[in-house]
Design a protein around this ligand. Sequence first.
Ligand code: FES
Length: 107
Amino acid sequence: MPRPLRHVFVCMQNRPPGHPRGACAQKGCQEILDEFLFELQFRQCFDKVMVTPAGCLGPCGIGPNVLVYPDGVLYANVSKQDVKEIFDEHLLGGRPLARLQAPAEFW
Ligand code: FES
């Protein structure tokens, strides 16, 4: 397996309804993961990008959260509509998206 240029972790954590921390699973993370996997298949860029579902990434209140390594960039409040831009600009273009990055007090 080739070592990917960038590795995307999509938080898939769930918690019971009403839990004080909330959970990305209750805010649409499944469709975000599906969109990343669709874009990966569409672009056939398996040598450059890897996508992995993950447990809680920490700042649940600003989710759905997506973490990209090795850059250490955390994207917050991500929607399905943001995924293509993350792919084009950051994962393949090397330019992290400022507008989606988690505020400094969270990450
Ligand atoms: S539940 Fe997603 S960051 Fe905690």
